[in-house]
Design a protein around this ligand. Structure first.
Ligand code: 2HA
Ligand code: ZN
Length: 269
Protein backbone atom coordinates (compact mmCIF):
# COMPACT_ATOMS: atom_id res chain seq x y z
CA UNK A 1 0.00 0.00 0.00
CA UNK A 2 1.26 3.45 -0.89
CA UNK A 3 1.70 5.90 1.97
CA UNK A 4 -0.15 9.23 2.04
CA UNK A 5 3.35 10.73 2.44
CA UNK A 6 4.46 9.53 -1.03
CA UNK A 7 4.94 12.50 -3.41
CA UNK A 8 3.90 14.94 -0.68
CA UNK A 9 7.26 16.32 0.49
CA UNK A 10 5.83 19.05 2.75
CA UNK A 11 3.53 16.67 4.60
CA UNK A 12 6.32 14.06 4.77
CA UNK A 13 8.63 16.71 6.25
CA UNK A 14 6.16 17.54 9.05
CA UNK A 15 5.67 13.86 9.93
CA UNK A 16 9.45 13.39 9.73
CA UNK A 17 9.89 16.18 12.28
CA UNK A 18 7.42 14.40 14.61
CA UNK A 19 9.45 11.20 14.22
CA UNK A 20 12.69 13.07 14.93
CA UNK A 21 11.21 14.63 18.09
CA UNK A 22 9.85 11.23 19.20
CA UNK A 23 13.42 9.89 19.01
CA UNK A 24 14.71 12.77 21.16
CA UNK A 25 11.97 12.15 23.75
CA UNK A 26 13.02 8.52 24.02
CA UNK A 27 16.76 9.34 24.19
CA UNK A 28 16.14 11.86 26.96
CA UNK A 29 14.25 9.33 29.05
CA UNK A 30 11.06 11.38 28.82
CA UNK A 31 9.02 8.71 27.00
CA UNK A 32 8.90 5.44 28.93
CA UNK A 33 6.62 2.79 27.44
CA UNK A 34 3.75 4.60 25.63
CA UNK A 35 4.31 7.87 27.53
CA UNK A 36 3.61 11.15 25.80
CA UNK A 37 1.69 12.33 22.76
CA UNK A 38 2.20 14.32 19.59
CA UNK A 39 -0.64 15.88 17.58
CA UNK A 40 -0.07 17.96 14.43
CA UNK A 41 -2.65 20.05 12.60
CA UNK A 42 -1.68 19.21 9.00
CA UNK A 43 -4.71 20.80 7.30
CA UNK A 44 -2.58 23.24 5.27
CA UNK A 45 -0.83 20.31 3.53
CA UNK A 46 -4.06 18.60 2.49
CA UNK A 47 -4.89 18.50 -1.25
CA UNK A 48 -8.07 17.51 -3.10
CA UNK A 49 -6.91 13.93 -3.43
CA UNK A 50 -6.55 13.64 0.36
CA UNK A 51 -9.95 15.29 0.84
CA UNK A 52 -11.46 12.56 -1.36
CA UNK A 53 -9.78 9.71 0.51
CA UNK A 54 -12.31 7.32 2.08
CA UNK A 55 -12.34 6.62 5.80
CA UNK A 56 -10.61 3.43 6.98
CA UNK A 57 -12.35 3.46 10.38
CA UNK A 58 -15.83 3.96 11.75
CA UNK A 59 -16.54 7.50 12.98
CA UNK A 60 -14.98 7.85 16.44
CA UNK A 61 -16.62 10.12 19.05
CA UNK A 62 -14.42 12.90 20.43
CA UNK A 63 -16.74 13.41 23.41
CA UNK A 64 -16.84 17.16 22.84
CA UNK A 65 -18.19 19.63 20.28
CA UNK A 66 -15.18 21.35 18.64
CA UNK A 67 -16.46 23.70 15.91
CA UNK A 68 -13.16 25.37 14.96
CA UNK A 69 -11.53 22.11 13.82
CA UNK A 70 -14.43 21.12 11.56
CA UNK A 71 -12.98 19.51 8.40
CA UNK A 72 -9.40 19.76 9.71
CA UNK A 73 -6.82 16.99 9.42
CA UNK A 74 -4.40 15.86 12.14
CA UNK A 75 -1.52 13.46 12.56
CA UNK A 76 -2.00 11.76 15.94
CA UNK A 77 0.14 9.26 17.83
CA UNK A 78 -1.62 5.92 18.24
CA UNK A 79 -2.93 4.62 21.52
CA UNK A 80 -0.46 2.40 23.41
CA UNK A 81 2.24 3.17 20.82
CA UNK A 82 5.81 3.90 21.86
CA UNK A 83 7.71 7.09 20.96
CA UNK A 84 10.80 5.01 20.24
CA UNK A 85 8.82 3.07 17.61
CA UNK A 86 7.18 6.21 16.23
CA UNK A 87 10.68 7.61 15.71
CA UNK A 88 11.36 4.93 13.10
CA UNK A 89 7.90 4.13 11.78
CA UNK A 90 5.63 7.19 12.22
CA UNK A 91 2.84 5.84 10.02
CA UNK A 92 2.70 2.51 11.87
CA UNK A 93 2.51 4.22 15.26
CA UNK A 94 0.23 7.11 14.40
CA UNK A 95 -2.38 7.96 11.80
CA UNK A 96 -4.01 10.79 9.89
CA UNK A 97 -7.53 11.68 10.93
CA UNK A 98 -10.26 13.93 9.51
CA UNK A 99 -12.70 15.82 11.76
CA UNK A 100 -16.27 15.27 10.56
CA UNK A 101 -18.78 18.02 9.85
CA UNK A 102 -20.71 17.34 13.06
CA UNK A 103 -17.56 18.58 14.93
CA UNK A 104 -17.99 15.65 17.35
CA UNK A 105 -16.46 12.69 15.51
CA UNK A 106 -13.35 11.90 13.51
CA UNK A 107 -12.38 9.15 11.10
CA UNK A 108 -8.98 7.68 10.26
CA UNK A 109 -7.96 8.10 6.61
CA UNK A 110 -4.30 6.96 6.39
CA UNK A 111 -2.07 5.00 6.34
CA UNK A 112 -3.46 2.29 8.63
CA UNK A 113 -6.34 2.11 11.10
CA UNK A 114 -4.08 2.96 14.07
CA UNK A 115 -6.45 4.15 16.81
CA UNK A 116 -5.56 7.57 18.21
CA UNK A 117 -4.31 8.06 21.75
CA UNK A 118 -6.79 8.24 24.62
CA UNK A 119 -5.59 11.81 25.08
CA UNK A 120 -6.66 12.77 21.54
CA UNK A 121 -9.76 14.64 22.83
CA UNK A 122 -7.53 16.83 25.05
CA UNK A 123 -5.13 17.54 22.19
CA UNK A 124 -7.97 18.21 19.74
CA UNK A 125 -9.67 20.58 22.17
CA UNK A 126 -6.38 22.49 22.46
CA UNK A 127 -6.14 22.73 18.64
CA UNK A 128 -9.77 23.90 18.58
CA UNK A 129 -8.84 26.63 21.08
CA UNK A 130 -5.75 27.64 19.05
CA UNK A 131 -7.78 28.05 15.84
CA UNK A 132 -10.54 29.90 17.71
CA UNK A 133 -8.08 32.56 18.84
CA UNK A 134 -6.32 32.74 15.45
CA UNK A 135 -3.04 31.30 16.73
CA UNK A 136 -0.39 30.20 14.18
CA UNK A 137 0.44 27.20 16.43
CA UNK A 138 -0.06 23.84 14.71
CA UNK A 139 1.67 21.33 17.01
CA UNK A 140 1.00 19.98 20.50
CA UNK A 141 3.35 17.86 22.57
CA UNK A 142 2.83 16.00 25.83
CA UNK A 143 5.90 14.40 27.45
CA UNK A 144 7.35 13.37 30.84
CA UNK A 145 10.58 15.41 31.41
CA UNK A 146 12.18 14.02 34.55
CA UNK A 147 13.63 17.07 36.30
CA UNK A 148 10.68 19.36 35.51
CA UNK A 149 8.27 16.78 36.94
CA UNK A 150 10.49 16.40 40.03
CA UNK A 151 10.06 20.15 40.74
CA UNK A 152 6.28 19.64 41.01
CA UNK A 153 6.77 17.33 43.98
CA UNK A 154 7.48 20.45 46.05
CA UNK A 155 4.59 22.81 46.89
CA UNK A 156 6.83 25.88 46.60
CA UNK A 157 7.25 25.29 42.86
CA UNK A 158 3.49 24.91 42.35
CA UNK A 159 2.92 28.55 43.30
CA UNK A 160 2.28 30.78 40.30
CA UNK A 161 5.48 31.63 38.37
CA UNK A 162 7.89 30.42 41.10
CA UNK A 163 9.22 27.62 38.85
CA UNK A 164 9.26 29.99 35.85
CA UNK A 165 11.41 32.56 37.68
CA UNK A 166 13.81 29.92 39.00
CA UNK A 167 14.18 28.26 35.59
CA UNK A 168 14.56 31.55 33.68
CA UNK A 169 17.31 32.63 36.09
CA UNK A 170 19.50 29.53 35.54
CA UNK A 171 20.74 30.52 32.05
CA UNK A 172 19.78 33.46 29.76
CA UNK A 173 18.59 31.23 26.88
CA UNK A 174 15.64 29.87 28.84
CA UNK A 175 13.66 33.12 28.91
CA UNK A 176 14.84 33.93 25.36
CA UNK A 177 13.45 30.66 23.98
CA UNK A 178 10.57 30.05 26.39
CA UNK A 179 9.48 33.68 26.80
CA UNK A 180 6.02 32.94 28.25
CA UNK A 181 7.34 30.60 30.97
CA UNK A 182 5.81 27.53 32.57
CA UNK A 183 2.15 27.43 33.64
CA UNK A 184 1.20 25.13 36.52
CA UNK A 185 -1.85 22.87 36.59
CA UNK A 186 -2.68 21.16 39.91
CA UNK A 187 -3.00 17.37 39.69
CA UNK A 188 -5.93 16.07 37.63
CA UNK A 189 -6.70 12.57 36.40
CA UNK A 190 -4.85 11.87 33.09
CA UNK A 191 -7.22 11.99 30.13
CA UNK A 192 -9.96 13.80 32.06
CA UNK A 193 -12.06 16.67 30.73
CA UNK A 194 -10.99 18.73 33.78
CA UNK A 195 -7.35 18.33 32.76
CA UNK A 196 -8.10 19.38 29.16
CA UNK A 197 -10.03 22.46 30.35
CA UNK A 198 -7.33 23.45 32.85
CA UNK A 199 -4.69 23.07 30.12
CA UNK A 200 -6.53 25.38 27.74
CA UNK A 201 -6.87 27.96 30.52
CA UNK A 202 -3.10 27.94 31.16
CA UNK A 203 -2.32 28.15 27.42
CA UNK A 204 -3.91 31.61 27.41
CA UNK A 205 -0.80 32.82 29.26
CA UNK A 206 1.86 30.13 28.65
CA UNK A 207 3.12 27.99 25.74
CA UNK A 208 4.17 25.22 28.12
CA UNK A 209 1.97 23.99 30.96
CA UNK A 210 2.99 21.54 33.67
CA UNK A 211 0.61 18.85 34.82
CA UNK A 212 1.57 18.37 38.49
CA UNK A 213 3.39 15.05 39.10
CA UNK A 214 2.75 13.96 35.48
CA UNK A 215 4.36 15.93 32.63
CA UNK A 216 4.27 18.96 30.36
CA UNK A 217 1.95 20.03 27.56
CA UNK A 218 3.53 22.38 25.01
CA UNK A 219 2.26 24.14 21.88
CA UNK A 220 4.10 25.98 19.12
CA UNK A 221 4.14 26.64 15.37
CA UNK A 222 5.63 23.19 14.72
CA UNK A 223 6.65 20.13 16.74
CA UNK A 224 10.38 20.93 16.79
CA UNK A 225 9.69 24.37 18.30
CA UNK A 226 7.35 22.88 20.93
CA UNK A 227 10.09 20.39 21.82
CA UNK A 228 12.71 23.19 22.02
CA UNK A 229 10.64 25.08 24.59
CA UNK A 230 10.41 22.01 26.83
CA UNK A 231 14.09 21.23 26.25
CA UNK A 232 15.34 24.66 27.39
CA UNK A 233 13.10 24.52 30.49
CA UNK A 234 14.36 21.07 31.41
CA UNK A 235 17.97 22.16 30.77
CA UNK A 236 17.45 24.86 33.40
CA UNK A 237 15.95 22.30 35.79
CA UNK A 238 19.07 20.14 35.26
CA UNK A 239 21.34 23.10 36.12
CA UNK A 240 19.27 23.68 39.26
CA UNK A 241 19.59 19.99 40.20
CA UNK A 242 23.35 20.02 39.47
CA UNK A 243 23.90 23.01 41.79
CA UNK A 244 21.78 21.43 44.54
CA UNK A 245 23.68 18.16 44.26
CA UNK A 246 26.94 20.12 44.61
CA UNK A 247 25.50 21.11 47.97
CA UNK A 248 24.35 24.69 47.45
CA UNK A 249 21.29 26.69 46.38
CA UNK A 250 22.08 28.28 42.98
CA UNK A 251 22.16 32.12 43.05
CA UNK A 252 20.32 32.50 39.74
CA UNK A 253 20.75 35.55 37.52
CA UNK A 254 20.00 38.79 39.36
CA UNK A 255 16.84 40.83 38.71
CA UNK A 256 19.04 43.42 36.96
CA UNK A 257 20.56 40.78 34.68
CA UNK A 258 17.11 39.41 33.87
CA UNK A 259 15.78 42.90 33.12
CA UNK A 260 18.77 43.72 30.91
CA UNK A 261 18.32 40.49 28.94
CA UNK A 262 14.54 40.97 28.63
CA UNK A 263 15.12 44.42 27.13
CA UNK A 264 18.06 43.41 24.90
CA UNK A 265 16.10 40.53 23.33
CA UNK A 266 12.80 42.44 23.30
CA UNK A 267 11.05 39.74 25.35
CA UNK A 268 7.72 40.05 27.16
CA UNK A 269 8.21 41.28 30.77
O1 2HA B 1 -0.57 8.77 26.29
O2 2HA B 1 1.50 10.09 28.58
O3 2HA B 1 -0.65 10.90 29.88
C1 2HA B 1 0.42 8.59 27.18
C2 2HA B 1 0.44 9.59 28.26
C3 2HA B 1 -0.82 9.95 28.91
ZN1 ZN C 1 1.52 11.47 30.24
Amino acid sequence: MESILTNRPELAYQIGQAAEVAGYLWEKGWAERNGGNITLNITEYVDDEIKAMPAISEPIAIGMHLPYIKGCYFYCKGTQKRMRDLARWPMDNGSIIRILDDCEHYEIIADKAVMSTSEAPAHLSVHNYLLEKGSPYRASLHTHPIELIALTHNKHFLEKDVATRTLWSMIPETKAFCPRGLGIIPYELPGSVNLAEATIKQLEDYDVAMWEKHGVFAVDVDIMSAFDQVDVLNKSALIYVAAKSMGFEPDGMSDEQMAEMTQAFNLPK
